[in-house]
Design a protein around this ligand. Sequence first.
Ligand SMILES: Nc1nc2c(ncn2[C@@H]2O[C@H](COP(=O)(O)OP(=O)(O)OP(=O)(O)O)[C@@H](O)[C@H]2O)c(=O)[nH]1
Length: 342
Amino acid sequence: MKQLTTFRNQFDFQSIRWKDMIRWFPGHMHRGMKDLEQSLSTVDGIIEVHDARIPHSGRNTQLYQRLVGGHKPHVLILNKSDLADPNYLNKSIEYIQSEQPNTQVIHTSLASIDMKEMTNLFGRLLQQIVESPRYTRSSTVEYNIVVCGIPNVGKSTFINKLRNLFANKASCEQVGASPGVTRKMSEKVKISNRPKVFVRDTPGILEPRLKSADESFRLLLTNSIPIQQRELSDIIADYGLFLLNKYDKQRLYMKYCELDKPSDDILPVLLSLAKIKHCTQIYRDKRGYDLTGTALHFINEINKGTFGQITFDQDILDEKENEKLNDTNLFKTNSGRIKRSI
Ligand SMILES: Nc1nc2c(ncn2[C@@H]2O[C@H](COP(=O)(O)OP(=O)(O)OP(=O)(O)O)[C@@H](O)[C@H]2O)c(=O)[nH]1
């Protein structure tokens, strides 16, 4: 008889004290937020970069409320679209614009963007900023843009692409696979002459308090919060497996980990992977499999897209879409015509 595999509907956060485990709001973030606020009077536009796989999780609402406040032109780049589910890219834009109607949202993959696409992208961003009223800064002829967002979403990559494109300069912002590479607000960098446009990079800033366990784990999984305690890595890998089973119907991880059936338990997955990768360590004079290292490897592969393009916030986007459908309160009459209920 064919064995059925049942999958978890919910991840069990109860057995882990995730709030104690994940506290990450280093001093440079607090300082970064202050610097940003202080520079606001000279800023003409805010470009926020976020990870397209988590259009809801980790969006720093303080950034929006305290910086944009409905007055400054605000463009949101949903980056790393190469890793997100293509079916959810437009849904993500709709979701964000329903919450922040004045924000222009664009999705892209800055890692693989070509010169032409980058020129188009920058043209669209600039148009939004140039066409907006400048109030106190109407007399100046230069435009100052700040690039902000949470850690590891591609802010420095964006600025480097701009510099390469317009100023013909080599990359200057440090890009890194781990979060928190940029520690302070950069000096302004001229990227275009006509009109004169300057950009400034900022450190990744998270909200001081994370809203839920799911949100925190999605930030850990996408590398926006560093995994400071290695012991946490198998739980995060397990959370990744939970999402892969939920959202990747092809179960691509099975092939990579050489499993003959999907698993809802991370242990057999890690054991198989450790064997394939010869990931071992010596513990109390005995050599055994290094499951912590293997868990980090598994998380890394998720972030390389090895297990497919996955949007981790699908549940939130679907819920919002259902709410919208219910709100319209439509029903069909016998004749098949749609009427609005009273
Ligand atoms: N797959 C993929 N990776 C990307 C993309 N854009 C940037 N990255 C990678 O994401 C990582 C973080 O990029 P950064 O530009 O350093 O991100 P940041 O937001 O400046 O990071 P902080 O300095 O931590 O705030 C790097 O490893 C980049 O190569 C993308 O479109 N797709």
